[in-house]
Design a protein around this ligand. Structure first.
Ligand code: OGA
Ligand code: MN
Length: 294
């Protein structure tokens, strides 16, 4: 089957066909996917009815797994293998999460524009999300192109952001929603990490804005001034021309490059409708900035 990619917008996203994610990939197939990701930053592979094991094997083609995405959930409570980020609204018994469930509260953070695991020293590279049970009323996933957003900045702003370092933490993203109910050891685990605001993508050579809801300040700036600026940049970067909105069909496998995009999920009736989405993730090559001395 020939591999074909069809662009979905003028900046971001393509539909890729001709690969079966349930089978071992050839080196040429892995290369074709990497090339598609370098160019489009988001790939939609329709019709991929895969098991968890197949999804893990597919993901390992693209780098070391990013694990621990469920770090605020005890292992005994996990519905899926710990290598998965469970972004469903289901508990271990397959019941919909109750309104005040802690995992539900935390997952509401996915409604804010973010880049996965930007709160880690080594943040995520690719995220791979499998739509096992999808919703049609709400629940779209939107992706914004941080390369196009960078390119569209004026020269003075490009110069200003070039060497800025931001601090990222889950405390900041959850705090934006008023979720501040953390245990002491969770606070330690959520210590802010530092990242460059401008990254150069190794695969495409393009610069991008490394924005995320996890950002809580810019190093050396007063926090309110930093956050007002970050809000402006996020507003700029998520204008409709830079965004692809994905409406899910069952068995879509959607991959995105967290080094070049932000994403968010749109609201849906999660107390009444089942949405079973399972994410695997690979890690970036290394830190983007030196960390604060301990
Ligand atoms: C994620 C995420 C969005 C969605 O898996 O990282 O943000 O549509 N999910 O569930
Ligand atoms: Mn996410």
């Amino acid at each position: 089957m020939p591999i074909e990619t069809t662009a979905l917008t003028s900046h971001i996203g393509a539909r890729l066909t001709g690969i079966e994610a349930c089978r071992p990939l050839t080196a040429a197939e892995v290369e074709a996917i990497d090339e598609g990701m370098n160019r489009h930053a988001v790939l939609v592979l329709p019709g991929q009815d895969i098991t968890d094991e197949q999804q893990l094997a597919f993901t390992r083609n693209f780098g070391p797994l990013e694990e621990g995405a469920n770090s605020t959930v005890r292992n005994s409570e996990l519905r899926l293998d710990a290598a998965f980020a469970d972004v469903s609204n289901l508990d271990k018994e397959g019941r919909k999460l109750a309104r005040n469930n802690k995992r539900r509260m935390a997952s509401l953070g996915n409604r804010l524009w973010h880049s996965d695991a930007s709160f880690r020293v080594v943040p995520a590279k690719y995220s791979i999300l499998s739509g096992r049970i999808v919703t049609t009323a709400g629940g779209n996933t939107e992706f914004a192109d941080m390369r196009a957003a960078y390119d569209a900045l004026d020269a003075a702003t490009k110069a200003e952001v070039e060497d800025l370092i931001c601090e990222h933490s889950l405390i900041y993203s959850r705090g934006q929603l008023g979720f501040t109910d953390f245990l002491p050891d969770e606070r330690v685990a959520m210590k802010p990490v530092r990242h460059r605001l401008v990254r150069t993508h190794p695969g495409s050579g393009r610069k991008s804005l490394f924005l995320s809801a996890h950002i809580g300040t810019i190093v050396g700036w007063p926090q309110p001034e930093a956050m007002a600026f970050i809000r402006d940049l996020i507003e700029h970067a998520t204008q409709p021309p830079f965004v692809y909105s994905h409406r899910w069909t069952q068995h879509d496998l959607v991959m995105w490059d967290n080094r070049a995009t932000m994403h968010r999920v749109r609201r849906f009736d999660d107390l009444n409708i089942v949405r079973d989405m399972r994410r695997t993730t690979t890690r970036s090559d290394g830190p983007t900035a030196a960390q604060e001395a301990a």
